[in-house]
Design a protein around this ligand. Structure first.
Ligand code: GRG
Length: 309
């Protein structure tokens, strides 16, 4: 007997040109970010500091995931762009605060001096605060052609993902785990799922909500996003050991220096790479129903395990 699954065409990303796709989406996102947070004549210093980190490059993976999910479900780039920009604002503010001396204490990010090295710690904290608040203002004020109840759902989801039960909570446990190289795999997974996975999940889920996704879509895409989110951080742990500062655009080898447990320290490098690949296959399995429309999300998932920075 032929099952429903066997009748479906095989889904492959082989024909999908991810490099061209990433380049095109990145150009759109960076133009939108530049417009979203223009220089201010009234508050020149804080806007300059916010723009310094927001426009410093980076892969723009989070906004691209949001746009790809919205488009996959029949929405448009215009519907999702304000949220996509807001996701990058929140991600950037988390990097600015993470780099502060009180946290990870790094001098370089995205190949440039960190925000506090250029503007001082006081302004860097405030630049992060400014970006966080503005992210929500931007979604509320700029989203069009989306029912207001869906905009509200996006704001609520993103606020939760960014808060004490999401990124902030994960970061607290991460800070507490410094100097404790023998925490359990479960504790490490808790940190990764919250510190990194929550915002990556928000990118996909918010993109879906904006497109008017069904509850079933949201559930499948949440599983996709949780798997890629964890895989992303497993690869981040690997790159901290295997990549150079030039490749990373930030200091390498920080986890070993801080005596932090990581996937490679608990499982070894090869098993960690296998774990990330297994998570990506599980993520891709959630996309079966979307057939060729899911090519960007499949390719983005595979990119996570092959990335070099
Ligand atoms: C969000 C309210 C709020 C507070 C932030 C400091 C902090 C609380 C959390 C730290 C979160 C953090 C820095 C997690 C690491 C995530 C990660 C793997 C970042 C690197 O992402 P890439 O590789 O970077 O996508 P680019 O530069 O390409 O965007």
């Amino acid at each position: 007997m032929v099952t429903t699954d066997e009748k479906r065409p095989p889904t492959t990303s082989l024909d999908f040109d991810l490099v061209a796709y990433l380049k095109a989406q990145k150009i759109k996102v960076e133009a939108a970010l530049d417009r979203a947070v223009p220089p201010s004549a009234e508050f020149p210093k804080i806007y300059e500091a916010m723009r310094y980190s927001l426009l410093a490059g980076g892969k723009r993976l989070r906004p691209i995931l949001c746009l790809a999910t919205c488009e996959m479900l029949g929405g448009t780039v215009d519907m999702a762009m304000p949220t996509a920009c807001a996701l990058e604002m929140i991600h950037t503010m988390s990097l600015i605060h993470d780099d502060l001396p009180a946290m990870d204490n790094d001098d370089y990010r995205r190949g440039k001096l960190t925000n506090h090295k250029v503007y001082g710690e006081d302004i860097a904290i405030l630049a992060g605060d400014g970006l966080l608040s503005y992210a929500f203002e931007h979604i509320a004020a700029q989203t069009s052609n989306v029912p207001p109840e869906n905009v509200l759902k996006v704001i609520a989801y993103l606020a939760k993902a960014s808060g004490g039960a999401g990124i902030v909570g994960g970061q607290v446990v991460d800070l507490e785990s410094e100097g404790k190289p023998d925490i359990s795999l479960e504790q490490l997974q808790f940190i990764h799922v919250h510190k990194t996975g929550a915002l990556l999940a928000a990118c996909v889920v918010c993109g879906a909500i904006l497109a008017g996704a069904t509850e079933e879509d949201v559930q499948k895409l949440t599983r996709y996003a949780q798997n890629i989110g964890l895989a992303f951080q497993v690869i981040d742990d690997i790159l901290d050991i295997t990549a150079t500062r030039e490749e990373l655009g930030k200091t390498a080898g920080k986890d070993v220096a801080a005596q932090k447990a990581t996937y490679p320290s608990l499982l070894g490098l090869e098993a960690s790479q296998n774990k990330a690949e297994q998570l990506i296959e599980e993520a891709i399995a959630q996309l079966r129903d979307y057939e060729t429309k899911a090519e960007p999300l499949r390719a983005l998932a595979r990119f996570i395990t092959s990335r070099k920075n």
